[in-house]
Design a protein around this ligand. Sequence first.
Ligand SMILES: [Zn+2]
Length: 121
Amino acid sequence: MHGISIAEELLRNIEKEAEKQGAKKVKEIYIEVGKLLFPEPSELEEIFRILAEDSIARDAKLVITQVKVKGKCSNGHEQEITLSEDFDPHAPAFFTCNICGEELEIESGKEVKLMKLVIEK
Ligand SMILES: [Zn+2]
């Protein structure tokens, strides 16, 4: 399932970063999450909580900032993509330009980025 592998990778990055900083405990985790991956950030949080149960990030507060979905077509029209209510992040997504109708290439909205950790040494 896509959500689990993304959360696993996020946790690995957090553990690596925490180790680099000599953390005993991770207190806060700031991440940016594309809406295309997780239209509902709570879904990521739920999976993460389960995976992080035995990790250094067990009791950490997870602060999620959503990243809007933006795309650009081959004619250079950039635009924000509004996802429909029933958008399914597990299905292949296809969006078209609202000016010329060409297919849009996704420029943002499908990433999970670890921005900052607050740790205890
Ligand atoms: Zn266009």
